[in-house]
Write a protein that binds this ligand. Structure first.
Ligand code: PMT
Length: 217
């Protein structure tokens, strides 16, 4: 029970990292566990939203009351998000999407030799940038995972991707960001405002992000 301010609203949340195969046994990936995105999806469902969670590989269980679609690659994540975008009221992209994928995926396991191995990578689409280009009524929320110049890079992403706000985290921190239960963020809004938050649980942060969306609706 409790207040359900997102009743009747459709929200897409992405979580986890995409993995990009190299051969049948290896892939390129990152440290995202899905904890941030799963907390947002669970909280949005509690607030009454119809939630689609598009998740990269994660050990976490599907959140209650959430439609969870599991994908592996950035291209698969893009297809799943795009299919639901037209009817969505908001999209929150907390996934760590791989910017590059191997140009070719070997059919069989790559054998080692004494030589160097050179990998050729090609760009993945920027899913959020594409959503920003097609933005209609949707509220678009991005994350910025940075290790330096957090404010500068986050603001660039906010404007380039046509977002309503961006949640920036310093992923070089040990106690926040990837793979832990807490996060410490700054939120940058399109009107130039900024809010800085202390370390808090990802669940609590999910509530703050969703309250911003409720206010904007
Ligand atoms: O999963 P956890 O272990 O809980 O970790 C949480 C987290 C650190 C992954 C999360 O808090 C976070 O920072 N997510 C964003 C990770 C990221 O890829 O950030 P970025 O600065 O590279 O990308 C900016 C935005 O564009 C993000 O919203 C991202 O989802 C999106 N993007 C990026 C690349 C791409 N090809 N397509 C995208 O849509």
């Amino acid at each position: 029970c409790g207040e359900q301010p997102l009743q009747g609203r459709k929200i897409i949340v992405t979580a986890g990292g995409t993995i990009e195969p190299l051969d049948p046994v290896r892939y390129l990936g990152n440290h995202s566990t899905g904890k941030m995105g799963y907390a947002i999806a669970a909280e949005a469902a509690k607030l009454g939203a119809e939630v689609l969670l598009v998740s990269g590989p994660s050990n976490l269980a599907d959140p209650a009351g959430v439609k969870t679609v599991r994908i592996q690659t950035a291209l698969e994540m893009q297809a799943a998000v795009q299919a639901a975008y037209a009817k969505a009221d908001a999209v929150i992209m907390s996934a760590a999407v791989a910017d590059y994928r191997p140009k070719t995926v070997a059919k069989d396991k790559i054998k080692k030799s004494d030589d160097e191995l050179v990998l050729h990578l090609e760009r993945n689409p920027d899913i959020l940038y594409g959503l920003g280009q097609q933005k209609d009524k949707q509220i678009l929320v991005g994350f910025a995972a940075e290790t330096c110049n957090v404010e500068e890079y986050a603001k660039k992403k906010l404007s380039k991707k046509n977002l309503d706000f961006i949640v920036a985290n310093d992923v070089s921190a040990k106690d926040a960001g990837f793979a832990v239960d807490n996060n410490r963020v700054q939120i940058y809004f399109r009107n130039g405002e900024c809010e800085k938050y202390p370390l808090m649980s990802k669940q609590e942060l999910a509530g703050i992000i969703l309250n911003k969306i409720v206010e904007m609706m």
